[in-house]
Design a protein around this ligand. Structure first.
Ligand SMILES: [Zn+2]
Length: 140
């Protein structure tokens, strides 16, 4: 099993309210030279999940942190004109993020939850994931 010490939350940096499939994101990432989608999980507007890379395979989502992290990505994160980074999470995405993060914490109790922006100067995922999810502990 890969050693996991971080769970990192991203947004897809796509316009608010628009659906994008994991397949579409995979094609974007392949164009950037990745072998596959960079994230392990995609959280859709309706709260459903799609798998990206297998969790046991290193992702390509956060420079310097990929080796020991899991990358989650919710669809959205930009306003409709793509000019601003905005927290566009739907209520269902919020619920699913908590559910998924809680589950991942059970499998990887020592892992801490971060946002991409904790390791980058990009505002991804458009909200303070570290602060918002610090209450998620192993016994949730
Ligand atoms: Zn990101």
């Amino acid at each position: 099993m890969r050693h996991i010490d971080k769970i990192i939350v991203h947004c897809s940096a796509t316009p608010e309210g628009k659906h994008f499939s994991a397949e579409t994101i995979t094609s974007w990432h392949r164009k950037r030279g990745f072998s596959d989608i960079g994230y392990h999980f995609i959280i859709h507007l309706d709260g459903s999940f799609e798998y990206g890379r297998m969790v046991d395979v290193q992702g390509a989502h956060c420079r310097g942190q990929n080796k020991s992290s899991i990358g989650l990505c919710y669809i959205g994160g930009m306003n409709d004109t793509m000019e601003e980074w905005v927290d566009t999470r739907t209520d269902k995405q919020k619920d699913s993020l908590v559910e998924l993060l809680s589950l991942l914490k059970k499998f990887h109790p020592k892992a801490e939850i971060f946002g991409h922006r904790d390791f980058s100067d990009k505002p991804c995922p458009s909200f303070n994931a570290r602060e918002e999810y610090k209450y998620i502990c192993n016994d949730l």
